[in-house]
Ligand binder design. Structure first.
Ligand code: IPE
Ligand code: IPE
Ligand code: MG
Length: 246
């Protein structure tokens, strides 16, 4: 029986963020090069997007490439960027059919021009859609994002457009690349590591965390249902007592 039937549609996470890890180890396990794992990982992306659309999840953020991933061997960076361009071109029609709009968070200036062009064309083409918002974290790291926000705020203060006393959580959030996106309710990491790896550090202050040993290429709709079922067992207290939130 599928776990989908156990999901309470009234208690769905609005925003799910996923650290898609374990492609390389999955490939190694199957005696293949790392790039093969990344290719297979695209299949999991497709499955998870479909499941999220079906469940009517509002936001899905996928950690696709971190700022630190630029330090991988050139060959792997090239392969990942090539795969990204290929996926954008091949999935665009399907994303559109599913009424998905797309956003990107991260330092897109660092992306190769071809990747940037394809990416922004795709975002443009899907901009009128009203269903799932798919957020790709590309060349993204939280520390980069937070430093960037600090620089913007300091510049505004220097130009006397902002008084330091006005800097509050809401203003700071507006300076982040996630400014129009609600904080994630559920963060999933595949691949067995129990760490955040510089992902949504500010935004995940009260996010429920779910870790699974499954490698990303093995993750599918059922794995997502399992994570959501786990999420629905959590009591989110946001610092209050259990009695207060009941
Ligand atoms: C995640 O898989 C994909 C990216 C980080 C781009 P990895 O490539 O990190 O796979 P492992 O962790 O080495 O198995
Ligand atoms: C996190 O995975 C980044 C992405 C999934 C894009 P990494 O494989 O880069 O993380 P670490 O290095 O194991 O922490
Ligand atoms: Mg990894």
């Amino acid at each position: 029986m599928t776990l989908k039937t156990q999901i309470d549609p009234q208690k769905l996470p609005r925003h799910i963020a996923i650290i898609m890890d374990g492609n390389g180890r999955w490939a190694k396990l199957h005696g293949k090069p790392r790039s093969y794992g990344h290719q297979y990982g695209v299949e999991s992306v497709r499955k998870v997007i479909e499941a999220a659309v079906d469940l009517k999840i509002e936001y899905l953020t996928l950690y696709t490439f971190s700022s630190e991933n630029w330090n991988r061997p050139d060959e792997e960076v090239q392969a990942l960027m090539g795969l990204l361009v290929h996926a954008i071109e091949h999935e665009k029609a399907n994303l559109n059919k599913n009424n998905i709009r797309m956003k990107v968070i991260g330092d897109t200036e660092r992306l190769f021009p071809e990747v940037r062009e394809k990416l922004f064309n795709c975002i443009d083409d899907l901009s009128q859609n009203t269903g799932l918002t798919l957020v790709l974290a590309l060349s993204y790291s939280s520390r980069w994002e937070i430093l960037n926000a600090a620089q913007k705020i300091a510049t505004l203060a220097k130009e006397e457009k902002l008084d330091p006393s006005e800097i509050d959580e809401s203003l700071f959030s507006q300076m982040l690349t996630t400014k129009e996106i609600p904080d994630p309710d559920l963060m999933i990491r595949t691949g067995g590591e129990i760490r955040i790896s510089n992902f949504l550090l500010w935004q995940a202050a009260y996010t429920e965390l779910y870790f699974t040993d499954e490698f990303w290429p093995d993750f599918n709709a059922e794995s997502l249902y399992k994570a959501i079922c786990f999420y629905q067992t959590r009591e989110r207290r946001f610092g209050k007592t259990s009695e207060q939130v009941k």
